[in-house]
Design a protein around this ligand. Structure first.
Ligand SMILES: [Zn+2]
Length: 159
């Protein structure tokens, strides 16, 4: 089990959604070997970002938690996907935990965040809490690189 804390301002894909960059992302990673033979991780994330309300354009705190089990692959995601599991790209056996945590946070956030504060936000209907952003296949360029465990590279070569 690994635990990491990232400043929200270090997460580039999150920036468009934030009213202010304050806050932290807490992430936990439990590594294992999936039945497919791939290395996998159960990821859980927690944060209270200041999101930008899409109706009144003001910031509001949005407590969010999420996570899922992902399998790592160094193949092209489209080619490797069996349609059953969430796959995350490992470059030469290395995984960016920061990008993985960012991905899980993005998946947990509503597509159109709205604050539902009646005094300032007109017609505040309830937004869907189960909204899910489409999976992104963005390749990793930078970020904190970690080798989750030594066997990952070997596991990936066999698959
Ligand atoms: Zn609002």
């Amino acid at each position: 089990m690994l635990e990491r804390v990232y400043a929200l301002e270090e997460l580039p894909r999150l920036q468009d959604l934030l009213a202010t960059p304050e806050g932290e992302l807490q992430a936990r990673f439990a590594f294992a070997k999936a039945s497919s033979g791939r290395a996998s991780a159960t990821v859980s994330v927690r944060a209270v970002p200041q999101l930008l309300c899409q109706r009144c354009l003001q910031g509001f705190a949005f407590p969010v938690s999420g996570g899922s089990e992902v399998e790592f692959t160094d193949e092209d995601l489209a080619a490797a996907s069996d349609g059953k599991r969430e796959l995350f790209r490992a470059e030469a056996g290395r995984v960016s935990l920061r990008e993985l945590a960012e991905e899980e946070l993005l998946l947990a956030l509503p597509i159109a965040a709205a604050c539902s504060i009646p005094e300032r936000c007109p017609h505040a209907p309830r937004f869907a809490a189960d909204a899910q952003a489409p999976e992104s296949a963005g390749a990793s360029e930078s970020g904190e690189m970690r080798r989750p465990f030594r066997e990952l590279r070997d596991l990936l070569k066999k698959t």
